[in-house]
Write a new protein. Structure first.
Length: 497
């Protein structure tokens, strides 16, 4: 007699149990609705280091959100003023001013609601979100004057109070321009044993800073030759805002009357040779913010020349102005100098729409101007004639409100202190300037490394000063602003971008 086979096999019973459990779970989920909370899937600045050019971050959510509740509950510490914009599940927060350097920020979001939660009778908040980002350290560059630093390019990290020498002692740095990512510096230098101020070559050196953390930073002080002076003397140079092009003013050694502008790639490719801009001879120059042209003093005006070999036809020519002092970062505005027949100088604000507004008139010189990245303000280093029988100029710093043309004097320098260089910080919160102390004319030069100012005066030493800045509209606060001397000896200071 055979045993009757069971109707259900063990595997069938397991399958039935699993199906019943899944069915029960499905019923529970349907009855409770979707219990998974909305969350932030992507934060564009998560654990990143940003600079002043980066002014907007984004949050991407897993579901459509109630925008008002997101905007009400988003917290940034320390606070950063900004404005919101939306594209579906992606929110963008654009800063009104660059984030101050040397700061770590926390971004948090809790209590934001889903867009369709109210329709289903739900009132769930988002999954709590917290992340951080930071801005670059506050870093300055200058040419040293102390023993062991004389003529060398020095990097000083104000945030970490760390100093690095970026160039060797056998060359004397005469000028420099930081690359926009802060990882390298373009500079001109002459041999330390030569007193020929025009014996300079063009080099680059590394800073030891890693801008994006995508790879290990190169060690500081790695110097590469960019352009020699075999046939041409290097008179002046500029680096484009995107860090890709160098413009050099050179003079032919064999023919002193032959000088002009050349342009070349800034990537250090030794196979790339400079190409000459075929145009009328010009004087002082500056590359435009879009990195596609150069503004040069030419004839009785200022010409905008394309960065191409045939630049005989300027993109624009402004006959009433003799010099372009500065461009705003977006290229929509320029500070231009007009030279008058009575030997005075006017400073104008010129826009790309063709408007011209006079900002000031001076009996002295307009040495330097820089646009504030955080407000409609122009900071200028000027001189004025001191009344009397002896021709003497006195330097002073002034902030100009570009909307009202209101001037706010910041600092009047001693009459003997005319060779001043200033630099505005990338976040617009600090102004660097130097105080060169000339050598006694009766004393002998200390060494072949003797440093000189722009007018050829030997330098004994030089102090560096940092002036905190406040909005020009804050009249009460401006009275309390005083520059502080940095514990550094050098000249020609500049902020790292």
């Amino acid at each position: 007699m055979t045993t009757r086979k069971a109707f259900f096999q063990p595997l069938d019973r397991v399958a039935i149990i699993v199906i019943v459990i899944l069915s029960l779970l499905t019923v529970i989920l349907i009855s409770q609705g979707n219990a998974v909370k909305a969350s932030v899937r992507n934060f564009s600045w998560e654990d990143k280091q940003i600079n002043a050019n980066e002014i907007a971050f984004s949050l991407t959510f897993s579901r459509p959100m109630d925008t008002e509740t997101v905007e009400e509950n988003l917290k940034i510490e320390p606070p950063l003023a900004g404005k919101f914009s939306w594209a579906g599940r992606r929110m963008v927060y654009t800063l009104l001013t660059p984030a101050p350097y040397g700061t770590k920020y926390t971004v948090e979001l809790e209590g934001a609601k889903e867009q369709f939660a109210a329709k289903t009778g739900q009132n769930r908040s988002n999954e709590p979100f917290s992340s951080t980002f930071r801005t670059r350290d506050r870093v300055i560059l200058y040419i040293g004057v102390e023993q062991g630093e004389q003529g060398r390019l020095i990097l000083y990290n104000l945030t970490q109070q760390d100093k690095k020498k970026l160039t060797p002692g056998d060359i004397i740095v005469t000028d420099f321009k930081p690359y926009p990512n802060g990882e390298k510096i373009l500079f001109s230098a002459r041999p330390s044993g030569s007193d020929d101020l025009l014996a300079g070559k063009l080099y680059s050196t590394t800073t030891g800073i890693n801008a994006k953390f995508a790879k290990e930073a190169e060690p500081p002080g790695k110097v590469d030759l960019i352009l020699d002076n075999k046939d041409y003397q290097i008179l002046k140079f500029d680096l484009s805002a995107n860090g890709e092009t160098i413009v050099v003013q050179r003079g032919n050694k064999a023919n002193p009357g032959d000088f002009g502008l050349w342009f070349m790639p800034a990537n250090g490719d030794k196979k790339s040779k400079p190409q000459r801009l075929q145009s009328e001879p010009g004087g002082d120059f500056i590359i435009t913010p879009d990195s596609q042209a150069v503004a040069v003093a030419q004839g009785q005006g200022a010409a905008i020349l394309p960065l191409q070999t045939d630049a005989s036809k300027p993109l624009d020519f402004l006959p009433q102005f003799g010099l372009v002092q500065a461009f705003s970062k977006d290229g929509t505005k320029a500070a231009m100098v007009k030279f008058n027949t009575d030997y005075t100088r006017d400073l104008f604000l010129v826009t790309n729409q063709g408007s011209q507004k006079q900002l000031l008139k001076t009996t002295g010189s307009i040495i330097n101007c820089q646009f504030d990245p955080a407000s409609p303000t122009l900071y200028c280093l000027l001189t004025q004639l001191i009344p009397g029988g002896v021709y003497q100029e006195q330097a002073y710093l002034v902030a100009i409100d570009l909307k009202t043309t209101q001037q706010k004097p910041l600092l009047v320098l001693p009459p003997e202190q005319r060779n001043v260089k200033m630099s505005l910080s990338p976040d617009g919160l600090g102004l660097l300037f130097d105080q060169i102390i000339p050598q006694n004319p009766n004393s002998k030069p200390s060494s072949a490394k003797q440093l000189t100012s722009d007018d050829g005066q030997p330098i004994a030493t030089s102090k560096l000063w940092l002036m905190p800045l406040m909005p020009i509209s804050d009249a009460a606060g401006s009275k309390e602003i005083k520059p502080e001397q940095l514990p550094l000896a050098g000249f020609n200071p500049s902020w790292l971008p």
